[in-house]
Write a protein of this length. Sequence first.
Length: 416
Amino acid sequence: MAAKNRASRHQAPKGTFDVLPGDGAARAAVAAAAERRLGAAGYGRIETPAFEDTGLFARGVGESTDIVRKEMFTFDDQGGRSITLRPEGTAPICRAYIEHGMHRLPQPVKLWYRGPFFRYERPQEGRFREFNQVGAEAIGSDSPMVDAELIILLDGILTDLGIGDARLLLSSLGSPGARAEYRDELREYLRDHEGELSDEVRDRIDSNPMRAFDSDHPGTRAVMDGAPRMLDRLAGEDDEHFAEVRALLDAAGVSYALDGSLVRGLDYYNRTVFEFACDRLGAQSGIGGGGRYDGLVELLGGPATPAVGWAAGIERILLAMESPPEPEAIDVFVVSAKERERAFALVAELRDRGLAADLDLADRSFKGQMKQADRSRARYAVILEPDGTAKLRDMESGEQRDVDRASIASELGAGD
């Protein structure tokens, strides 16, 4: 009992989780859907380190954002350098784009990624302090076609995963100049209603007034219902760009709803922003989203480079999937009450020839091995008899027939 009590005190840190074998099939399905859709569209896989220089996120994400102000896991390493576990994927990819001279490649450079990210926020269903994302970035083109392509790709991934009812919310923040004018207008509006706002929103009127749209505070929400929207102030090239994105989505048959309150949580966005939401997830309905960030590469020390991208939370996707896939059945389970070495050698051969094969490793009886074959969801069982013969059983129908030991692999359709 004492050992059990000692073990029970060692648990994963709050806001983290263990991915158990039963969860693997659904996660593999998300990864496969992303790789299939993005790979077919010419996006190459990129991986960046789990931690980066803290200044990358302070500059790239924005010092006034909740991520930088409250949510980053930051520490000094043994050399006294400030290091941060990555809270998002776009800034590291832009850093890699600059560092490795990707601006010299044919543009746009199309990249995709998946992996763990870290934010110190209140854990809740589908939101953790260590979480996983899949994302895509296209760096080096200001064409509306790139915006539309990335939106259509995420829509396709979600549809492939059985989330065909996800709602696409679409908006535009305009160019940096137009956005600056709008922010001044919004600041004046917020100051006129300052007494009705939350303390946090009041504190950020100067630094980040647009985040007021994300507030859950009842008084703030009431004020923001009447706030001016950037979407209503688009003009010139900003308006033309957004109109072309909408036309491309219309042509592709992707439905959307315009949402002028959609601002996203990061400072680097401009022009197109979007989010996919699923009502099954409740109030926290977001699955993934992104937008255009034409100034970020230059802000991080690279050449002026337009770019657009998105990220989707894998845990959020799993919650939204109505019928997560079950683990794949294995091809064959080898059963032998006495011929253990022979069974072991056969399994090794079958695996070498490309079949998913398994056997009992716990010295079960013949009856116990057959139960294990059924639990493993094997399509077939090979039963090795003490006299050297073998039988092949269809586990679904129960039909059984003799089979030559030398031809078992061929009978099961194995390659050479």
